[in-house]
Ligand binder design. Structure first.
Ligand code: NAP
Length: 325
């Protein structure tokens, strides 16, 4: 990153999911020469998914990583500079804002687009954390193939749980969905797809109490949420969490207005935040729709908002001396 140290950019984009890369595309086409720091998960959450069937323009569906490569290449084609790197700090006290990359390189940004996305939630129990990466995971796409001909459980009752359970049947001998209530919140079509699959079972009104094992998962203990009764499933070798996501907005804590779950609050129908020149888009500010296509839409909005805001700043700097009196 030495080549950019100390340089001022019109637009710095933090995050490279559909929101960040669409913002980069629009900003690049507006000749704003944006720079994108791709974050800890370049391409965002879609790089951990398989087929994307609901993004318009791909009638046969597309693999998530392939789609994000397409997004990146399209932004690059118009001059967006996309780099592996994480925005580790931003000094919002004066403009241009000082942006720190990977805790070492400092650059300056006239405008910032926050598109840092969201990440999987964890239950937070001790054995889950201890066994992360040893059979406990929040990414079926990444880790499903390790559980060929083995039994796994999926925790959750939303669309992600249905999708992950269905996907895991490609590998696992049996998939049990463990849900804390007696009905799913997932869409009817996703529920049906999962429930119709002969390899999928459901255990209702239950949560994960403990993951057994040391170096690898060797069973789980479930707890009934109604009776408190504990049941051990000895054959389970993989635990997949699918209990929702939290926004990656720690970077903006105490500066940008957020709701109580940490989603950045934007003004009205715009992507303006409470800080001038800072715009938010994608899953970092949207807890309702959270789709690739809506993230891309708000990324486009953020670039247009930033472009207009930058033009307004230039106009106000160019006020002729006469009228400034
Ligand atoms: P979600 O809809 O928020 O569902 C989370 C599930 O996890 C809920 O069933 C919830 O239970 C359960 N849960 C949450 N915290 C828990 C805890 N501490 N212990 C046990 N269970 C817990 O999240 P999601 O499934 O990730 O979906 C997020 C959004 O993405 C949704 O809008 C969804 O439609 C969308 N999505 C779409 C697709 C698709 O269309 N292909 C695929 C995946 C996701 P309760 O129901 O009891 O609250």
């Amino acid at each position: 990153m030495k080549d950019i140290a100390g340089k001022t950019f019109k637009i710095v984009i933090a995050g490279s999911g559909p929101a960040g890369l669409t913002a980069a595309l629009y900003a690049a086409r507006a000749d704003l020469e944006p720079i994108v720091f791709e974050g800890p998960e370049p391409g965002g959450q879609l790089t951990t998914t398989t087929d994307v069937e609901n993004f318009p323009g791909y009638p046969e569906g597309v693999l998530g990583p392939k789609m994000m490569d397409d997004f990146r290449q399209q932004a690059q084609r118009f001059g967006a500079d996309t780099r592996w790197g994480v925005v580790t700090n931003i000094d919002f006290s004066k403009r241009p804002y000082k942006v720190e990359i990977d805790e070492e390189t400092e650059i300056y940004a006239e405008a910032v687009i926050a598109s840092t996305g969201a990440e999987a939630k964890w239950l937070g129990i001790e054995s889950e954390q201890r066994m992360r990466g040893k059979g406990v995971t929040a990414c079926a796409t990444c880790d499903g193939a390790f559980f060929r001909d083995q039994e796994v459980i999926v925790i959750g009752g939303g669309d992600s749980a249905m999708e992950e359970a269905t996907f895991l049947t490609k590998f696992a001998s049996k998939v049990t969905i463990v849900h804390r209530r007696d009905e799913f919140r997932a869409s009817k079509i996703m529920q049906k797809r999962a429930l119709d699959n002969p390899k999928i079972d459901v255990i209702w009104n239950s949560t994960l109490h403990e993951v057994l094992g040391d170096e690898a998962v060797d069973g789980v203990v479930l707890e009934n949420t109604k009776t408190g009764e504990k049941t051990t499933l000895e054959n389970v070798k993989g635990v997949f969490l699918a209990i929702g996501h939290k926004p990656n907005t720690e970077l903006f804590e105490g500066v940008l207005d957020m709701d109580d779950e940490g989603y950045i609050i934007t003004k009205g129908k715009s992507t303006y935040t409470n800080v001038p020149g800072v715009f938010a888009c994608g899953d970092a500010q949207d807890k309702i729709y959270r789709q690739a296509v809506t993230a891309a839409g708000t990324g486009c909005m953020a670039a247009i908002d930033a472009e207009r805001w930058l033009a307004e700043q230039e106009d106000s700097e160019e006020v002729p001396a006469e009228s400034a009196k």
